[in-house]
Design a protein around this ligand. Structure first.
Ligand code: NDP
Length: 304
């Protein structure tokens, strides 16, 4: 029976460890503060931001949500970021992605002060990651590392294969696993014979945005599989393909008219992997936990 790596349980551990640090900051100076900027009315983005703000509040942190219309210009957005850059009570600024096409995302990313960049996307912080120096780290891969370490998955010397090379997941994931002494391979859409490369993995990380793409033939029996993908399926035939060996997925589809799946086929993953992260309840909760951890660390650096 494959072991399920429970992201919610690890999220709770991380949040519990943050609570006394937040209480200390609040008692001595002030609570850590996070500003979340949300542009437009993308329902998924609204949900993510609401959940981040709620977690902040539950932890006793200060949080603010700034909602801006789809029509906002790059200059207007930059002015709002600069306002939060200057605010003494704000330690972390997050700009929820994706932004509307007409907004210059690169300029936005560069505008956030690196010491308030709790998403870890600023080139300064990316450079710090490359150099393995302390700085806010991209939350999703940092959460995967916490999950692996706290689940006592051996990383040093392991063959790690990552499918996906995005700036927010694949690339930082590769660097973090490399710093933890894994032998790392990064795959993408031009990789030849992807199943064979994936089968080399002791630790396989899927971050592609392709629902249930990774099937049994990609997974070495007993491997640790980390499924970063979050895809909503509303097509019945697709839901039936994905529900093979994972009947709960079809039941969820029947109930809600759609179902969340990762990039790995859930039935195949449970049948072949030695340990795996479920979707939902695997990597997602850790992304939020690491955002909170980054915000507390930024506050501690500022207030120390
Ligand atoms: P991107 O779309 O930015 O990147 C996808 C990557 O997958 C690209 O590098 C692409 O290759 C590669 N890829 C796509 N199709 C294939 C294929 N057929 N074979 C091999 N490689 C392929 O996605 P993100 O990194 O932003 O997100 C990935 C997934 O993770 C999504 O489902 C997203 O929703 C989820 N996610 C989950 C988070 C969480 O908190 N759990 C947080 C962030 C993302 P190429 O570069 O060649 O195009």
């Amino acid at each position: 029976m494959a072991r399920i790596l429970d992201g919610k349980a690890v999220q709770q551990q991380i949040l519990d460890e943050l609570k006394p640090r937040i209480a200390r900051l609040a008692a001595v100076r002030r609570p850590p503060g996070l500003a979340a900027i949300l542009v437009g009315d993308n329902p998924a983005s609204q949900l993510y931001v609401a959940s981040k703000v709620k977690t902040c509040r539950e932890l006793g942190m200060h949080s603010e949500e700034l909602r801006l219309p789809d029509s906002v210009t790059t200059d207007e957005l930059l002015a709002h970021i600069e306002h939060f850059n200057q605010r003494g009570d704000i330690d972390g600024i997050l700009v929820q992605m994706p932004l509307p096409k007409h907004v210059d995302s690169r300029a936005v990313l560069l505008a956030v002060r690196p010491d308030k960049d709790v998403d870890g996307f600023h080139p300064f912080n990316v450079g710090q990651l490359v150099a393995n120096a302390p700085a806010p780290r991209a939350c999703t891969p940092a959460g995967v590392m916490e999950l692996l370490k706290r689940s006592e998955i051996p990383i040093a010397g392991a063959e790690a294969v990552i499918v996906g090379r995005s700036d927010i997941v694949g690339k930082p994931m590769a660097l973090m696993l490399l710093h933890a002494h894994a032998t790392v391979t990064v795959c993408h859409s031009k990789t030849r014979d992807l199943p064979a490369v994936c089968r080399r993995a002791d630790i396989l990380v899927a971050a592609m945005g392709r629902p249930a793409f990774i099937t049994a033939e990609f997974i070495r029996p007993g491997a640790v599989v980390v499924d970063v993908g979050i895809n909503r399926i509303s097509d019945r035939a697709e839901a039936e393909r994905i529900a093979r060996g994972a009947p709960a997925k079809l039941a969820a589809f029947e109930k809600n008219g759609s179902v969340l799946v990762g990039d790995v086929h859930p039935g195949d993953m449970a049948a072949v992997a030695g340990a795996y992260t479920p979707v939902p309840g695997g990597v997602g909760p850790l992304t939020i936990a690491m955002l909170m951890a980054n915000t507390v660390e930024c506050a501690e650096r500022r207030l120390a």
